[in-house]
Design a protein around this ligand. Sequence first.
Ligand code: SF4
Ligand code: SF4
Ligand code: SF4
Ligand code: FES
Length: 946
Amino acid sequence: MTAQTYVPEPDLGTPAGRGTETVRVTVDGRTVDVPAGTSVLRAAAEAGVNVPKLCATDSLKAFGSCRMCLVEVDGVRGTPASCTTPCTDDMVVTTRSDELARLRRGVMELYLTDHPADCAGCARGNCEMQALATTVGVAEVRYPRREPARQHTPYDESNPYFAYDPAACIVCSRCVRACGETQGTFALTIAGRGIESVVSPGGTDFLSSECVSCGACVQACPTSALTEKSVVQLGMPTRAVNTTCAYCGVGCSFRAEVQGEGDDTRVVRMVPSKTGGANEGHSCVKGRFAYGYTHHPDRQLHPMVRDRIEDEWRVVSWQEAITKVASGFTAIQAEYGIGAIGGISSSRCTNEEVYVVQQLVRAGFGNNNVDTCARVCHSPTGYGLKQTFGTSAGTQDFASVADADVILLIGANPTDAHPVFASRMKRRLRAGARLIVADPRRIDLIRSPYVQAAYHLALQPGTNVAFVNAMAHVAVTEGLYDEAFLRERCENVDGYLAFIADPQHSPEAVESVTGIPAPTLREAARLYAAAGNAAIYYGLGVTEHSQGSTMVMGMANLAMVTGNIGRRGVGVNPLRGQNNVQGSCDMGSFPHELPGYRHISSDDVRAIYEQRWGRVLDPEPGLRIPNMFDSALAGTFRGVYIQGEDLAQSDPNTQHVEAALRAMDLVVVQDLFLNETARLAHVFLPGTSFLEKDGTFTNAERRINRVRPVFRPRQGMDEWQITCEIAQAMGYPMHYANAAEIMDEIAATTPTFAGVSFAALDAEGSMQWPVTAAAPHGTPTMHVDGFVRGKGLLVETVYVPTTERSNRRFPLILTTGRVLTQYNVGSQTRRTDNNVWHREDILEIHPADAEMRGISTGDLVELCSRVGSTTLRANVSSRMPPGVVYTTFHYPVTGANVVTTENSDWATNCPEYKVTAVQVGVANARGETDLEAERRRAGAAYAAAP
Ligand code: SF4
Ligand code: SF4
Ligand code: SF4
Ligand code: FES
């Protein structure tokens, strides 16, 4: 465990200078070289000289309001504020003199006249104001105390995670600036003037305001005015552990600030790390605040078994549970064959945990029946980018977006699903980059404070490939393509140019398919193609389609055709869903690929693992998750080990999934909670939360981050150890001393991870693969001088309409997504106070569609497809285009995947979650929906709503 005594991250006062030249400055006799543009305040801090400050902090641009940071500069009259004064070459600065001390004391006294005198009664232990008063030598205030209006403004406890005490506010504006500059929400203002000024969340309380609870303002506040409630309850932390968020694929780095030791360890707060490569000190509400599920009473801490799923669970020892798993799997293989069992790894688990699951399956089970939840989200990304570029990952680091001139965002909603990246993107957009959004739904980024998309292309669900081909068609036929790049870097150039120039791909030809007016599509295509740097970011709105893989290749084509690959500010970038979905794919979780995306049929690659693992490996790819279900129903697949994946809630066509699980003899679920899948399991093995894990996660930008345990596994065992014990009980010796040793094996056997080790990660902070001898510190930008596959492959991406069409019976198209405060199937966030914001899944429906059906906001409606139905509340919203409805799948009670079908991507079987033909009707007064009543009357055999 890497723990340290509590020391806050240093605050250097202002952001780092961005100049390419350096200047030399002398501060109190110490000389320091800094980039041009660096403030005197920061240069002093870098020289080890601490200049008093209040309104400045290194995450925000200098503001210059408090006058606490005054210094003297040789040759300059007066005492300039060091935070707003840029360094110049040979500048000589003095930060300590009698005159400066007198001025600072005066400033501090004025602040204290407006501030409550009762420091001892204040909640926050690390108040900068209090510390500064001591530093500048103000023991008491000579002036009469004043009582500004804010001292009588009500204490605001509306937010579940932090409180606002206006009385303690010094109106430094750090919170207001953090909300704007860092988060990009602009929820806060300073209301009133002079002594009457007060921070206001838009004239209401925080909970009712535009605030998205990212916590940036709390982190920025130098007093106790904005404080985490956990700090008020528990007091200040005593030590910190550096780790990584376990929610989304942004992969934010955090300091888990804690109290206590061993099993008594309590998390006081999660503070995003300024040195975090993905987040640079920012976070969202999930990572910063929604960690309470780790100690939720629902958490299962003991192994449990039962003979039949109708039986009660019986708590047993680890040994008994593992023996039952091993003997059950062994018996199944003896009776039904080697291939009758398999395993499913989790993108919520570490690379090391995932690696041993695929090892258990390949070497212990003796087959390749291993798959992962990426099957249902980004498997088309892996396939499409491998085909075109040669590697199954995004091309850029997140910071690259700062150099983009045009951002094409397709099928992604970053402000809800990847919030910290959204804040980065919004910063770039506020600085002038142009935005094109291709999404049926009117997502927040289309119009938010100081951000307005140049184009919103509200395409029909299921028509992505027609759209992207039309974009490339315009680039090619209007001469906006990069001929030199194509000839030098790509193959199938002539074939692709002839294909895409065909008039069938023109915006006019596809207008009736995509629903995008041809002139608008042409303008958007010109904007993208003519940009200096154009970058594509995309999400599950691209992959979760019957042509998900084709669309990924179509985007790669567009980027190559316009030369937007291989430098900063460009590229094709998947916004990955789960925290370690990139890593779970990297670690060989697919049935056809060993770690590093090397095909199982390769004798040379198999030989590496056969030598390491001491078993002969099957050269044939195993079953994918949908094949496992089908085989289970056919009676040939009888047992499965499921680590950290709630298939019965997250996978499409829930009835089919449940039937498949019921058909098996042994379902083993390893998870934190008794989830929906565990209802159908015979063995439950309790898992560990991220606060107990030791290992690594790999985020959407290929960044490998360390995950460090804050406390020991609460259920007594590391998850990789559980997997190893199952292997051993089945007669396959699988031993590792610790997680570091597993990573050493990954590095020794996987070329792209060659330079990765826990020691290297501790030294570097994080590394983006490939980490090789040629790139020992990692690779932020891929395909710089050539593609991984040699030449980039232009694939002729033929548009094939999905077979899932709306018709008279199911006239609407359902598309699904996420909200900010809940996460995936909600098993973690539903067990936190995040429920304050989102208590149930809601169906969004366009006003015209709602009116036609007599639906008003708040009505209970039935959502019905050809495979199932469910009931949920409606929200009538013009965010939706006519004919398209939208919901989330965070709540098992709704079980939105009851209605999604088994249509899937042709290449990867990724489900077509984004296109389901549905009907919506008002639930009637008897609690029976109109459709149910209609069915009852017609005697039709529909699936019953859950
Ligand atoms: S929590 Fe975030 S969004 Fe809310 S006011 Fe603070 S900075 Fe703004
Ligand atoms: S709430 Fe805190 S950060 Fe905001 S103005 Fe007041 S003291 Fe400054
Ligand atoms: S953006 Fe993603 S990784 Fe970062 S704090 Fe939020 S959920 Fe965690
Ligand atoms: S810290 Fe420089 S003016 Fe406030």
